[in-house]
Design a protein around this ligand. Structure first.
Ligand SMILES: O=C(O)CCC(=O)C(=O)O
Ligand SMILES: [Fe+2]
Length: 290
């Protein structure tokens, strides 16, 4: 039917009008800063900038994870490579994941908790802008500050990979880099829905892993990971309502496709003590650039 077809010019006009409307709301004194941040996100989305990309470039790009050769990370990724990997045909990801309990020997599980506690003053906020404050709240310890444990964890993950990939229906790939960071979520912390590989800086992230650890008995509630059914199409990742829930159990690890949308539900930690929080060693297995 003719009225199903919206011309490109009409679409552009509508987009511009919508952006103008949102822009005027941004200046309104009647709108709270939280609402303003949400409007700002909407505008960025409309012009093709994802909040996750903002978060990662604003926060974690300079020292994101640990690599024995940090210079690799600072090389600009040429545009054509990124364009060529954009998923054009629709591809459905069902939120498949591999969850392993008792992943590390108990002594290593204790050690990483002790590392987190002893370096509590070296964590940095994962949010530096107003927008990011409303999108993600947690603090991060970069893996350059725990190189030995980084190597231990990296080797353990790489050793487990041949068993994990088939369960994810994923082809084997050369791992060019294992990014890692230690993240702390305390009372009120969260990470809204996002995926980990939607930008030129992050598109080689292939598998996301999250290793959970905390004090026993557990002193927080919430903080579940939700893995959404995700449709990849024309370079965007669309989540449908359905999700799978992963409980952040001490000494467990989850692996999933980095393109899959996910979310960390708000954490409640009544004592607000750093030591009582939800901790993760989380990161990404990257493939080479082409
Ligand atoms: O903490 C989690 O469960 C997931 C963290 C996450 O999504 C990320 O760091 O990209
Ligand atoms: Fe993520």
């Amino acid at each position: 039917m003719a009225n199903d077809i919206v011309s490109v010019d009409r679409l552009k006009q509508l987009t511009n009008q919508s952006i103008e409307t949102l822009e005027s709301l941004l200046k309104s004194p009647d709108i709270s800063s939280q609402q303003k941040a949400e409007i700002a996100f909407k505008i960025l989305e409309m012009v093709g900038v994802s909040p996750e990309n903002l978060t990662s470039s604003a926060v974690s790009a300079p020292t994101n994870g640990f690599s024995p050769k940090p210079e690799i990370k600072t090389d600009p990724i040429p545009e054509p490579d990124y364009q060529s990997v954009i998923q054009k045909e629709s591809l459905f990801l069902a939120g498949d994941h591999v969850f392993i309990e008792n992943f590390l020997p108990l002594k290593d599980n204790r050690e990483i908790l002790n590392i987190a506690f002893s370096k509590s003053d070296q964590f940095v906020g994962s949010t530096t802008t107003t927008q990011a404050v409303n999108y993600r709240q947690s603090s991060i310890l970069y893996a350059t500050l725990f190189p030995e444990f980084y190597n231990l964890m990296r080797n353990k993950i790489l050793k487990s990979l041949p068993e994990i990939l088939p369960k994810l229906n994923h082809q084997p790939f050369d791992v060019s880099q294992v990014e890692m960071q230690l993240t702390a979520h305390n009372d009120g912390c969260f990470y809204k829905i996002h995926n980990d590989s939607g930008s030129e800086k992050t598109y080689t992230r292939t598998i996301t892993y999250v290793y959970y650890f905390h004090q026993e008995p557990k002193q927080f509630s919430g903080g579940e990971l939700r893995l959404y059914e995700t449709e990849l199409k024309n370079g965007s990742a669309i989540s449908h309502g359905k999700y799978k829930t992963i409980e952040p159990r001490n000494n467990s690890i989850v692996f999933f496709d980095s393109r899959c949308k996910h979310e960390v539900m708000p954490v409640r930690c009544p004592s607000r003590r750093f030591e009582d929080g939800r901790f993760t060693l989380n990161g990404w297995l990257r493939r080479p650039e082409n």
